[in-house]
Design a binder for this molecule. Structure first.
Ligand SMILES: *Cc1c(COP(=O)(O)O)cnc(C)c1O
Length: 398
């Protein structure tokens, strides 16, 4: 029997949602999702135009407001994260900016992890501060410090877990409790795990942000982002986006939409490869220390095992020596991509102290554990034996 009232995707698993959620077929009956490459939409008569503009009738008006391809991406990602609503943005930074602009006001206070993406630090520390939002940065794992930093005006806690590049793991449920005890929102940047590995809303988070540029795309093609949360919060984010403009393009939404279809498969393959590479690195004489939460001796291992479905694709390690040895190692590899990007089918390698974390002072880097001999690898989808063989060329160059 065909019960038409029942959503056929109700209770569906992650792979089904990744492939089937957010599909709206046009009368043409296309099977693959189309790219609606249009800036505006036509109305059937003047009355409909007026109704669309006033909001009396829902429907498309202009692609800064809504676009069907972007909407498909938003619905699919919302289904995967288990969120009420999702808003696509022009980049991951646009997602974080939109979250801050829509949900904070002058006089508010934010507690932000010290160990977030560097540009996020600048966004809060430089721009939000300029508009009267006070920000306190606390090391991710300093729970007592987070507790002490919270005050009556605290409106938001912002963190990223696992952290980049040391793979520190924060207890999202404990952070949500701290936020809610103070009537603040918990916002989590879920870029490194994606909903395939970690579901922040199930742990109490109020807002999730993404750089879709990374694993959601998965092949390093487009820049984009997303904000997710309760409808009332996302209504504020949408209003900000419509007014200020950092919306997602239809083409990029289409690329991300297709990326989501293989997200779980890719995240598990990235995780499996990273675990094998991390274990192998741990056996090398020239390695001082490996940072990957999948290793049993990592301080965040038990928490990550509880909170995540797998440990993700990013790891880092310290080679014996200093900056010179780290650079020689990197330059000794042959096919790994020397780039600061991650979340790609191609394995990437980078020297954080002189690139992603190069603008920090030596003192800040020391405090955050970004030593000169630290190398970050974002394990891609090549054969693990070949990734190890290329890393072995790095060791041979030392
Ligand atoms: C890359 C990244 C961002 C910023 O995203 P863009 O798409 O580059 O704007 C934010 N957070 C994390 C964790 C990232 O890795």
């Amino acid at each position: 029997m065909n019960d038409d009232d029942q959503d056929p995707l109700q209770g569906a698993g992650i792979d089904t949602l990744a492939i089937r959620a957010g599909i709206h077929r046009s009368p043409e009956g296309e099977h693959a999702e189309p790219i609606f490459a249009t800036s505006s939409y036509v109305f059937k008569d003047a009355a409909q135009a007026a109704a669309r503009f006033s909001g009396a009738e829902s429907g498309n008006v202009y692609s800064r407001y809504t676009n069907p391809t972007v909407r498909s991406f938003e619905e699919r990602l919302a289904a995967l994260e288990g969120a009420d609503a999702c808003v696509g943005t022009a980049s991951g930074m646009a997602a974080i900016l939109s979250t801050a602009m829509a949900l904070l006001k002058a006089g508010d206070h934010v507690v932000c992890s010290r160990d977030v993406f560097g540009t996020t630090t600048n966004l809060f520390g430089k721009y939000m501060a300029r508009f009267g939002v006070d920000v306190t940065f606390v090391p991710l794992l300093d729970m007592a410090g987070w507790g002490k930093a919270v005050r009556p005006e605290t409106a938001m806690l912002f963190l990223e877990t696992p952290s980049n590049p040391l793979c520190e793991v924060a207890d999202i449920a404990a952070m949500a409790e701290l936020a809610h005890d103070n009537e603040a929102l918990l916002a989590v940047d879920n870029c490194f795990c994606t909903p395939a590995l970690q579901k922040p809303f199930e742990l109490g988070a109020d807002v999730v942000v993404h750089s879709a540029t990374k694993y959601l795309d998965g092949q390093g093609r487009c820049v984009g982002g997303a904000v997710l949360g309760a409808q009332a919060l996302m209504d504020e984010v949408v209003t900000f986006l419509r007014t200020c403009g950092p919306t997602m393009s239809a083409f990029n939404a289409w690329v991300f939409l297709k990326g989501l279809e293989t997200l779980r498969l890719r995240m598990e393959a990235h995780s499996e490869g990273a675990l094998a590479v991390a274990r192998w690195l741990g056996q090398q004489d020239a390695v001082e220390k490996v940072f990957y939460a999948g290793l049993e001796d990592h301080p965040g291992h038990a928490l990550a095992a509880r909170q995540q479905r797998a440990f993700g694709g990013v790891l880092s390690f310290r080679v014996r020596g200093g900056r010179e040895e780290a650079w020689r190692f990197i330059d000794g590899t042959r096919f790994l991509s020397l780039t600061a990007n991650l979340g790609d089918a191609k394995t990437t390698i980078v020297h954080p102290a002189t690139t992603t974390h190069g603008r920090l002072t030596q003192e800040q880097r020391d405090a955050a554990g970004i030593s000169d001999n630290l190398i970050r690898v974002a394990v891609g989808l090549e054969d693990t034996a070949d990734i190890q063989a290329d890393l072995a060329r790095g060791f041979a160059a030392l």
